[in-house]
Design a protein around this ligand. Structure first.
Ligand code: 4AD
Ligand code: MG
Length: 459
């Protein structure tokens, strides 16, 4: 029997003989009875196993330690008056795997920092058990949303020769011997000797490749790992993170923002409905008020404000900021947080940034100064989504690329998409971990990634 099934329809299991396998989360022993809280991984809540002194399993139960893997045979009893709706009276217990005495996760509450030393064990704690089931459920709800809306899922490559964001924050992939790098006569690296014959990197975004599929399948998305060698050591940046990137043809920036908003609303609604136990746990232990806040977001339209309007607002309170604001600067998280936490008090889209501080592919607005882009900002986190309409005019795209000192030949295939039946199109990238943080209230990206990779940390 799976514990989840039992919790979902207790009456069906009443007085039935069952067998469960799982791990002991907690044990309490007295002279006449032992209580074991057993979690089998299928459900957030453990099942209480009661071992009476008269049971043949009593001896075994009394010496079991937390973390041990066991098999229990017994009978389910409903206990409507107790804290948990049912319990299992044990008749037989087999120890499948003892737990050694130096098990790091003892009963006392551990700090997140301590638990980061044990990525291979921490998913057994309540917090991380909830986080990783939430992570899975959000991923599923995202796929479901796009599938229901007739999007095609495209697997864009992980190894690439192009820098999709043009920010030069890529990890290099090579099979060259770094102690004896082959050189050309001018001492530059001879990449002809490297695996691909050209420099190769891990992708920072699947956008450029997924754009080409939007020109055949109209509504597409990619969802996979992305890599950034950013040296920002913050609670919101990881070197390896997942991104979901939809791209739609015959669409402008407003269509893209509508899609992003619809996606967030749908995912919030479905996941909150499907994981009530986990959400209640986060609300109680991680981030008080979380559920109420998310419920409010589910029902509200997101405010849309231009960068220029935001600068006007921020300039009036410049004395509050470490980095004062003026038109043209890239916004820091203190500015983003002021806008979404103090001004709007909820999620918002900030649109039409100056072209100098945004990527080369964003569509130039008629003012020739700003581009058709939108960052979705949310309280507590800042940027959750980066969106834009793409520049579909070949001549303007080439001009933007040259302004940013890019080598056009390296991106010729991308430019060609504008010559072969190009059309207005756009899309966005949702930082998947930031979405998990937003829905759980977890404060550090290291605690929503199963095996976090950040600058100077690889466990
Ligand atoms: O704003 P970004 O850089 O946009 C793109 O990569 C576009 N190509 C997306 C597109 O239009 N298809 O990144 C998108 C999102 C950010 O809003 C942020 O949530 C997340 O990815 N992100 C990170 N998450 C964790 N760690 C990092 N180092 C991140 N960098 C970006
Ligand atoms: Mg961005």
């Amino acid at each position: 029997m799976e514990i989840k099934a039992c919790y979902q329809a207790p009456e069906e299991w009443a007085e039935r003989e069952v067998e469960i396998t799982g791990w002991i989360r907690q044990s309490r022993a007295s002279k006449n009875v032992v209580f074991l809280m057993v979690n089998d991984g299928t459900f957030f809540k453990p099942l209480q196993v009661v071992v009476d002194k008269s049971s043949p399993a009593f001896e075994t139960a009394s010496r079991l330690s937390n973390g041990s893997a066991i098999r229990v045979e017994g009978v389910i009893h409903l206990t409507p008056q107790a804290k948990q709706p049912l319990e299992l009276t044990a008749e037989q217990i087999d120890v499948l795997g003892d737990n050694a005495a130096d098990y790091p996760l003892q009963n006392k509450r551990q700090t997140m920092e301590f638990l980061r030393n044990y990525p291979h064990l921490r998913s057994r704690t309540n917090t991380f058990n909830a986080v990783f089931r939430l992570r899975s459920e959000i991923a599923f709800a995202l796929h479901e949303f796009f599938h229901e809306n007739n999007f095609v899922y495209v697997h864009t490559p992980i190894i690439t020769s192009s820098d999709a964001e043009g920010a030069g924050e890529m990890f290099q992939v090579t099979t060259l011997d770094l102690d004896a790098v082959p050189q050309n006569e001018d001492h530059s690296v001879n990449y002809k000797e490297d695996f691909f014959g050209v420099p190769a990197h891990l992708t920072v975004s699947g956008q450029l490749e997924v754009e080409s599929f939007a020109m055949s399948h109209r509504k597409v998305y990619t969802f996979g790992p992305t890599f950034r060698a950013e040296h920002s050591n913050t609670t919101r940046h990881a070197a390896e993170f997942w991104m979901i990137e939809p791209e739609i043809a015959f669409a402008d920036l407003n269509d893209v923002m509508d899609l992003a908003e619809d996606m967030i609303h749908t995912v919030l609604e479905r996941v909150m409905e499907r994981l009530p136990e986990e959400m209640a746990f986060f609300d109680q232990w991680i981030d008080k008020g979380l559920i109420e806040r998310l419920n409010h977001v589910r029902e509200s339209k997101f405010v849309r404000m231009t960068y220029t309007e935001a600068i006007d607002i921020l300039e009036k309170v410049n004395d509050r900021f470490e980095a004062p604001v003026s038109w043209g600067i890239d916004l820091q998280s203190e500015h983003e947080r002021y806008l979404t936490e103090e001004v709007v008090k909820g999620p918002m889209f900030l649109t039409d940034y100056p072209k100098e501080i945004k990527a080369f592919y964003m569509r130039l607005n008629d003012d020739q100064k700003t581009v058709a882009c939108a960052d979705m900002l949310v309280p507590g986190i800042g940027e959750l989504i980066g969106a834009s309409q793409r520049e579909e005019r070949e001549d303007v795209l080439l001009k933007l690329m040259r302004e940013k000192q890019m080598t056009v030949e390296d991106y010729q295939w991308y430019v060609d998409l504008r010559r072969f039946g190009g059309c207005a199109h756009g899309g966005f990238g949702l930082g998947f971990e930031r979405m998990v943080m937003y829905m759980s209230g977890m404060g550090n990206i290291r605690d929503v990634l199963p095996y976090p990779r950040t600058v100077r940390t690889l466990r």
